[in-house]
Design a protein around this ligand. Sequence first.
Ligand code: CIZ
Ligand code: SF4
Length: 322
Amino acid sequence: DAQKADYKTRIKQLLIEKDAVLVAHYYTDPEIQALAEETGGCVSDSLEMARFGRDHPAKTLIVAGVKFMGETAKILSPEKTILMPTLEATCSLDLGCPIDKFSAFCDAHPDHTVVVYANTSAAVKARADWVVTSSIALEIVEHLDSEGKKIIWGPDRHLGSYIAKQTGAEMLMWQGDCIVHDEFKANALRDMKSVYPDAAILVHPESPASVVAMADAVGSTSQLIKAAQNMPNERFIVATDRGIFYKMQQAAPGKTLIEAPTGGNGATCKSCAHCPWMAMNGLKAIEASLSDSDKTTHEIFVDEDLRVKALIPLTRMLDFAK
Ligand code: CIZ
Ligand code: SF4
C-alpha cells in the first residue's frame, strides 16, 4: 500500500545519504528481502551475512535479522556503524545460553574444545574455541573429531545431536533450542507426507530428531534452498521458518513449497514456522534505524575486550569455510 511505498522510498534515499547497505536474513519478511535485493544489499544465511558485511565498502550496515547477527557484524567490522531495526530482536538460543552458566560448564571440562553456534552473544563467542553456523558445523566438527578432540557443543541440542550422530564425535551438549524449529511435529508430518507422497521433505537440523529422521535433505537455509533447486521433485515440504520461501521459490520457480506442520494452531502459537524476533524487522523499524538521531535504540556496540576475543573463533570459522 501507499504507506509501505513511502517507507521504501525513504529507506532507499537514506541508504544512499548515509552510505549504508541493508543485509537481511532469509527469515525476514519477503518485502524486507526484496528491498535488500533492490538496493544492492544481501539476503542470505548468517555465515554469508557476516562475510558480505565485512567485505562491503559501505560505512554503515543495517542488519535485518536478530541481535547476534548485528554483534557478529560489529566483531568483524569495528570501524563500521552497525544498525539494527530493533535491538529487541533476540533469539531463544542466545537467551538460553547465559555467559556465566555456559562458562562454568566449559570450566568443568577443561580438556574439551568449545564449539558454539553463531546464535550466541559476543561473550559466549569470546569463551569459545570455534564459532560455527549450520552451513559449516558438520565439516568443522568432523575436522575436530579427526584430530581426536572432545567437544563441548552449545547451545542448540537438536543441531548438536544431529551432528554427533552424523560424525560420531564425542560431544557434551548444552540444552538449548530454537522456539521455531522445536515446534515441528513428526506425527503431523507423517500425515502430510501421506497426502503428498511425491513430496521431498526438507528439514533444518534445529528441528527435533524425529522430524530430521523423516527428511530427504537436512541442511542450513542455503543448503535447503539448493536442495529445492536441484532435487527432481515438483513438491517440497519444508521444515524451517517460512521466510525462506521467498528465496526458495526464486531458486525453484514452478515448484510447490508447503510449510511443514507444527504443534500449535495459528492463533495461539507465536513461534510456529516464523520467528517472532525476525518478524520485528519491518519497514518502519528500518526507516527509524536510518533516520533516528537517537542511535542508542538502534546501534550495536560490543565491548572491545570481548570483541577481540570473539574475533578469534569467528575468524577460524571464516578461514575454514574459504
Ligand atoms: O535459525 C537461524 O537463526 C539460522 C538458520 C541462522 C543462520 O545460520 O542463518
Ligand atoms: Fe533464534 Fe530460532 Fe529465531 Fe533463528 S529462528 S533467530 S534460531 S529463535
